[in-house]
Design a protein around this ligand. Sequence first.
Ligand code: GUN
Length: 293
Amino acid sequence: MELLDGKKIADKVKQEIAQEVEQIKASGGKPPNLVAILVGHDGASETYVGHKEKASAQVGFNSSVLRFEDTITEEDLLAEINKINKDPEVDGFIVQMPLPKHISEQKVIEAIDPKKDVDGFHPVNVGRMVIGLPSYVSATPDGIIELFKRYNIQTAGKHCVVLGRSNIVGRPIANLLSQKGPMGDCTVTICHSRSKDIPSITRTADILIVAIGKAGFVTADMVKEGAVVVDVGITRIKSDKTKSGWKLHGDVNFDEVAPKCSYITPVPGGVGPLTIVSLLKNTLKASKREVYG
Ligand code: GUN
């Protein structure tokens, strides 16, 4: 069994991005500029945006956070998004989710210029990804593909089972792995809350990707010997064994599943660190006008 060490790969990709940014600056270019919009004071969102800021600084990007109170109206937020869409200084931006209930997340996503949508949430980017055109791919699926590339995991002809059908993880990763070409060519099955006898399906998986948000859902009896297991789950559970009083749990019962795997991601330190790297990769692409020309 080998760990898919997301932290190690994330550090390596960040170094590569930092080198490229150095070259851009050395040849007189501007560093990529990423803006994060943060509405309200949700603790987890503050943490995520803080991590994004730190990672941007590490690779030499310019970045800033635009903060709004959670009393901002949908109309005003959409107007702010429109301003950033038009600001030539901004290469890419994200609107941190979740948003307050009175604001439609879908309207917000659709207001973002697809060319600056480095989260890859806009339907234009999702649609382009689905038909294999250049696009910004959302962070988690892109992070999983990056891990597979770096560990030379073979995907062609493999049966990949995806647990979960969310718009930002299950659906896009299932799509990417089924596409023709490198890091694709899988036979893909998507399981969800209405699937029958999930263990009989997961037991046929050469690659098992779990993104359902139920701590410890996947047990040893659900996994084939030699499978590659990717755990996207992060559930915070109270613990008296950690300083913070919390412990992060994945959707996979790691201790019993890991001995059966050829490769498995730990939680934390698996897919998580690569998600921020994907945002950096997309922002670099945006600054180089790589996706839309
Ligand atoms: N909230 C949780 N994950 C994400 C993400 O990847 N992007 C944004 N914008 N909000 C999030």
